[in-house]
Design a protein around this ligand. Structure first.
Ligand code: NCD
Length: 433
């Protein structure tokens, strides 16, 4: 019961967007009582929640769902609220409002039992996904493919220019139109900014931007924000008012570009941007954050920038995108920008989340996000990658208009996955003593 009780309460706080303090007031209990119900199983202070409280919280949630439902009926289907130039496609996080992001996350929550291999669904049976990746990828390509398969569809992949007809001079327009005759949705990654939009304009089927050069990576930013929300709900806090520190190559890091825009939809955040000279966040993005009423601090000092951060979002240096003169300039700068255990211990709290879109360079001397944090529960990188599945399932379900069919389509899975996916997975409770 205890683990269920914690999940129930955390999900309720997240759904209602209430901090732990505000939630305890809303349900009329003391903060102390709520804290004891949220303590991990086995803790001597942990208490069972009275059933009457559970019923009251359920009623509040039902009322909230009814309001959300009325609002979404009034606002129309989610697919129609996030169109790109009139089509159900995802090119940029600019297509989202705070309300539509939250609506997408509710669909992702519905997908969780499937993503966790407890349930199966075949709502996309017969549908085929085309994965067109013209740039290196492991997690984006495979997780989009796995998400589509877990909804019952199948996947055709092509990787790199060498094995595609683009090597013979075929245009984006022709490739996109041809592929659209074969498949029902496309995920495209391409090294040139704006090129995925060109693919999208040449077809009426759903196209998702899996990363366009230094442009955007909307699905990664969505899963990052979903992760932040879920992790914060463990801590009884909300995204509004959070302090997020971005570290590394903020100039070329497309996941950062998409995530700062999404976070800007929330209220009263502090963004600390820690980048070496020459790799700062593009000015139009920093201006946009400030215009939306958030605080922006730019610094080249990790120690200074990380102090008090609720989230540290580290990134890889995108050397492959560097201009030739940048290649020389930035060779060997990375040691100053390595996020490692001693640094996090010295400047961050036990409640700080450490994130990275991955891949990180784990070779000796690489100075990316350090592997010495691997056993630290604050390291959320694999919880991020795990969350990629429900979020990408939600995107497919919404863009293909099947999200309402998912709940009644679920059956029990016929096999049992391991209880914890990774041998080193640590629970992140960070509950204050
Ligand atoms: C990132 C990407 O490709 O933009 N990775 C990802 O998709 N999770 C980041 C990177 O390559 O460094």
């Amino acid at each position: 019961m205890n683990a269920d009780q914690q999940t129930f309460l955390r999900d309720a706080m997240r759904r209602l967007n209430l901090t732990r303090e505000a939630f305890s007031q809303r349900i009329g209990v003391t903060r102390r009582a709520l804290d004891t119900w949220l303590l991990p199983e086995g803790s001597s202070e942990a208490r069972g929640m009275p059933e009457i409280v559970q019923r009251f919280v359920s009623e509040i949630l039902q009322a909230a769902s009814a309001t959300e439902e009325t609002q979404s009926v009034q606002a129309g289907a989610l697919r129609d609220r996030i169109l790109f130039e009139g089509r159900p496609q995802l090119l940029s996080v600019d297509q989202f409002s705070r309300e539509s992001v939250e609506a997408l996350f509710r669909v992702a929550d519905i997908m969780q039992p499937i993503a966790r291999r407890q349930k199966v669904s075949r709502v996309l049976e017969g549908a085929v996904l085309g994965n067109l990746f013209f740039e290196a990828s492991t997690r984006t390509r495979v997780s989009f493919g796995a998400a589509f398969c877990r909804l019952g569809g199948s996947v055709c992949d092509t990787t790199g220019f060498t094995f595609s007809s683009m090597a013979k001079g075929e245009s984006i327009y022709d490739t996109s139109r041809v592929m659209s005759g074969y498949v029902d949705a496309l995920v495209v990654r391409h090294p040139e900014q704006g090129s995925v939009a060109e693919f999208a304009r040449a077809t009426n089927i759903p196209v998702i931007n899996g990363g366009d050069g230094a442009g955007e990576h909307p699905s990664q930013a969505l899963l990052d924000l979903y992760t932040i929300q879920r992790e914060f709900s463990r801590l009884g806090r909300i995204v509004d008012g959070a302090h997020v520190a971005f570290v590394g190559d903020l100039k070329y890091g497309r996941t950062v570009h998409s995530l700062v825009k999404l976070l800007s939809l929330y209220r009263g955040l502090k963004f600390t941007l820690i980048a070496p000279a020459g790799l700062e966040l593009p000015a139009h993005l920093a201006d946009r954050i400030s215009r939306n009423g958030h605080v922006v601090v730019q610094t080249a000092s990790l120690a200074e920038g990380l102090s008090g951060a609720d989230v540290v979002y580290a990134t890889r240096i995108q050397k492959e995108r560097f201009e030739p003169k940048e290649q020389e300039q930035f060779e060997g700068y990375t040691p100053d920008f390595q996020v490692h255990q001693a640094l996090i211990d010295a400047h961050c709290s036990p409640r700080t989340l450490v994130m990275h879109p991955l891949p990180r360079d784990s070779r000796p001397g690489a100075n990316d996000l350090s592997t010495d944090l691997n056993h630290d529960p604050r390291l959320a990188i694999f919880r991020q990658t795990d969350n990629g599945i429900p979020v990408r399932m939600a995107l497919f379900a919404v863009l293909l208009g099947v999200e309402d069919q998912v709940p009644r389509s679920m059956r029990d899975a016929g096999w049992r996955p391991p209880a914890a996916i990774g041998p080193d997975d640590a629970a992140f409770d960070a509950l204050e003593a």
